[in-house]
Write a protein that binds this ligand. Sequence first.
Ligand code: FAD
Ligand code: UQ1
Length: 414
Amino acid sequence: NQKYKLLIVGGGSAGCTMAAKFGKHFKKGEIAVIEPADTHYYQPMFTLVGGGIKKLSECGKPMRTVLPDKVKWIKGSVTEFKPHNNSVTVLNGDEITYDFMIVAAGLQLNYEEIPGLVEALNVPNTGVCSNYSYKYVNRTYEILKQFKSGNAIFTYPNTPVKCPGAPQKICYIAEDYFRKNGIRDKVNIIYNTSLPVLFGVKKYADALWKVVEQRDIKVNLRRNLVKIKPKEKIAVFQNLDVPEELTEMEYSMLHVAPPMSAPNSLKKSKDLVNDLGFVNVNKDTLQHFKYGNVFALGDCSATPNSKTAASVAAQSDIVYQNLLALMEKRPLKGKYNGYASCPLVTGYGKCILAEFDYDLNPLETFPISQDKEMWLMYTMKKDLMPPLYWYGMLKGVWNGPGAVRNILHLNMKK
Ligand code: FAD
Ligand code: UQ1
């Protein structure tokens, strides 16, 4: 039986960031991270790997190198949370207890929920790809390079999603790729989304509708991928407004954003989570409603923000301030405003940087209206964000652009 003062579950964006922030407050042996993966991936770069702009090898680093030396890395998966005992059980049967816990277990990708999908993703030359997993992301660019003609279909699932812009970013990149390679007139580009809108924030949705019109991309709302027939290259979509209506569409290329959910380990821990399995924390303080010594941030939390790494950056400072206050028996003053950001890459060298809060109001860093395709934002996404992530966020010193925004907006009425 091992005991830690601070236990962090998950060594992804949120877990590593919190380990870096709290590392300095604890001695060796007092703080631990439980994480099964050997490699930590910077997932926002997967979009660029799909477009042939970056390599998969540039997205990952060995897990040990992204955790502070002082932090004990318990290589394993939590199978059960027992917050009433201040403990968790790990897959090998070990029981680990804690004084304080941060849950940062991310989202689970449920590829197997679509019949035919895993089969199609595991054999070459099926035309099916997915930027969402390191296992499949290399297929996207391979398919782009081999593409000759036909339908290129891009999907958005009927579940919570991380980076809700990513399913359409690759659609724009592919469109631009076909254009640049002289075969645009041989391709029908179709974006089938389960959502009733193109994007949740009106300002950016308006901008994106202009992009899809200009570029002749067909958008079908409320269309959910339910099945693939890999041999015939047919994808089956359900009309979510008329559930009995199923449509078969032939594809040469099919990019799938898979169904996602809270991790199974959390879904089972009824005491800790809401009906969908997301950790029930206060949306302002990020403290658990029932178990005050538990905090959650990132994709596994039930807070109603868009699930992005940029949100994690902003949340990390709130969890840090509030958990520190709790440990020192001071009142919790940190309040998360729901900040999320989504660099909507609209082609090679173009990007609309969406930034918004809980109320889906724009919360923009730069003192210019950001609903335009800009080269500057593309360069930021491609060249600035990766070092900002590895050497700022994962070292515990990047709390999102809130401070930059305040400086750039000095003397400006909002
Ligand atoms: P993750 O980083 O996914 O980490 C969760 C960790 O928990 C994983 O390492 C997992 O192994 C571990 N875990 C799970 N279950 C258990 C368990 N039972 N026990 C122990 N450990 C467990 N965000 C942006 O801000 N901008 C972007 O442009 C952007 N683009 C994206 C594009 C794509 C294709 C994808 C996939 C994501 C993108 N994101 C983007 C989203 C961003 O990557 C996530 O929001 C972010 O990584 C969330 O951090 P997290 O720590 O909550 O989850
Ligand atoms: C951000 O902070 C962040 O986390 C490191 C991202 O994830 C990769 C982002 O994509 C963006 C856009 C931000 C916000 C940063 C600025 C400078 C606007």
